[in-house]
Ligand binder design. Structure first.
Ligand code: HEM
Length: 338
C-alpha cells in the first residue's frame, strides 16, 4: 500500500514537472518561482523544527549507555560510548555523523527453524546507508559549480577523485553508480523483507523514490541527454543573487524534471523524517555528557512550575496497599510505617 501511494505521488510529480517544461507560460514558474518557494519553505521549516527541539525541556542527562560510565578510578570508562566530558561527546557525535556508529552496532533478529530466535550482524544496511549519504554529500558539493562564481576550490578536487577511473566521456563519477546501488538496496530491503515491509510507511518509500528521481534525471542529463550548462548556471546565479532572469530555451525537459524533484525534496524535507540531518545534533542521547553521578542535576523549572517534589517514600506511602497486593517489593512494610 505504502509503495503504491509513494509511486503514485512520484508519478504525479513527474507529470507536473513535464507540464512545467512543456508549457512555455509555465517555464518561469517552474524555473524561478517554485525554486524560491522551495528554498524559503526549506529554511523556515528547518528553523521552526530546530527552535521547537531547542525549546523542549531536557532537565536531566539521558545517557544511552553503550559502555561503562565514569565511575571509580579502577573501573575503566568507555570514553566514546559513555562520555563524561564534552570532548568525549564531540568524539561520539563525530563518529555517529560521519560513520553512523550506532547503525554499525545494529543487529537483526531472525526466527530460525526450531524455532530459535537469533541475533546477527546487519552490516549491509550500515554499508549502503553510509554509501548513500556520502555519495549524496559529494554530489551536492560538486554541484557548487552551478551555484557560485568563481567555483570553490573543493569542486575540482572532488571531481578529480570522483572521476578517478577515467571511464567514458564525460567521465563517469563513482558517486553516480554508488548512489543508484545504495538507493536500490534501501528500497528493495523494504519491499522484499516482510518484517520491514510490515513497518514501512509511505513516508519511508517516498523520499527514496524522490531522491532516486533526482539522481536518475541528473545522470540522464549528464551522460545521455545534454542540457545547456551555461544556461543552468545563469539561471542559478540569477536566483541566488535575487536577480532572476527568464529561463533560457536551452534548458532541457530533464533539467526541469531534475529541478522540480529537488524543489519537492526541499519542501518535503522539514516536515519529514529527513530532518534527522539537523535533528541528530539536537538529540539529548547524543549531545549530553553523562555527568549524572558527578553532578547533582536539579530541574531548573522546579520553582517556576511550582512543582512539589514527590519522593519515593511518599510514592510508596501512597501506593503501599496496591503495591503489596501486586507482590511488589517495598522499602517499608505497613507495620513499620510511623
Ligand atoms: C538535492 C540536490 C541534488 C542532487 C542529489 C542532484 C543529483 C544529481 C546527480 C546524481 C547528477 C548526475 C551527475 C553528477 O553527479 O554530477 C546531477 C546532474 C546535474 N544536476 Fe543535479 N542534483 C541536485 C541539485 C541540483 C540543482 C539545484 C541543480 C540546478 C542547477 C542541478 C543541476 C544539475 C545539472 C545541470 C546536472 C547535469 C550535470 C552535467 O551534465 O555534468 N542539480 N544531479
Amino acid at each position: 500500500m505504502g509503495i503504491w501511494f509513494s509511486l503514485v505521488a512520484v508519478a504525479a510529480l513527474i507529470l507536473l514537472g513535464l507540464l512545467g517544461a512543456n508549457v512555455s507560460g509555465l517555464n518561469y514558474i517552474f524555473a524561478v518561482v517554485i525554486p524560491y518557494i522551495a528554498i524559503t519553505l526549506f529554511i523556515v521549516g528547518s528553523i521552526v523544527r530546530i527552535v521547537r527541539w531547542a525549546r523542549s525541556p531536557v532537565p536531566f542527562r539521558i545517557p544511552t549507555t553503550g559502555g561503562q560510565q565514569k565511575s571509580l578510578s579502577f573501573i575503566k570508562q568507555n570514553r566514546l560510548d559513555n562520555p563524561s566530558s564534552y570532548l568525549g561527546v564531540l568524539g561520539r557525535m563525530a563518529l555517529e555523523v560521519l560513520f553512523f556508529r550506532s547503525l554499525f552496532r545494529n543487529t537483526k533478529a531472525e526466527l530460525k527453524e526450531g524455532p530459535i530466535l537469533t541475533y546477527g550482524a546487519n552490516k549491509w544496511l550500515w554499508m549502503f546507508s553510509l554509501a548513500f549519504h556520502w555519495s549524496f554529500l559529494i554530489i551536492f558539493l560538486r554541484h557548487f559549480r552551478f551555484f557560485t562564481q568563481p567555483i570553490p576550490f573543493f569542486v575540482p578536487f572532488l571531481q578529480d577523485i570522483d572521476g578517478f577511473f577515467q571511464i567514458w566521456v564525460p567521465l563517469i563519477y563513482m558517486t553516480n553508480a554508488v548512489i543508484l546501488a545504495a538507493l536500490t538496496y534501501l528500497f528493495f530491503r523494504r519491499v522484499f523483507d516482510s518484517k520491514i515491509r510490515y513497518i514501512s510507511l509511505p513516508s519511508d518509500y517516498f523520499p527514496l523514490l524522490l531522491i532516486a528521481g533526482i539522481a536518475i534525471t541528473g545522470i540522464l542529463m549528464r551522460y545521455f541527454f545534454k542540457t545547456d550548462l551555461v544556461a543552468v548556471k545563469e539561471l542559478m546565479l540569477g536566483i541566488l543573487s535575487f536577480a532572476p532572469s527568464a529561463p533560457s530555451e536551452g534548458l532541457s525537459l530533464w533539467f526541469y524534471l531534475h529541478l522540480f524533484f529537488v524543489c519537492s525534496l526541499l519542501i518535503y524535507f522539514p516536515m519529514s523524517k529527513l530532518v534527522h540531518m539537523s535533528g541528530i545534533f539536537m538529540s539529548p542521547t547524543r549531545n549530553l555528557a553523562n555527568t549524572n553521578r558527578m553532578r547533582r542535576h536539579v530541574n531548573p523549572w522546579i520553582d517556576e512550575l511550582k512543582m512539589k517534589p514527590h519522593t519515593y517514600e511518599e510514592y510508596e506511602d501512597e501506593f503501599r496497599k496496591v503495591m503489596k497486593g501486586a507482590g511488589m517489593p517495598l522499602d517499608k512494610e505497613e507495620s513499620h510505617v510511623s
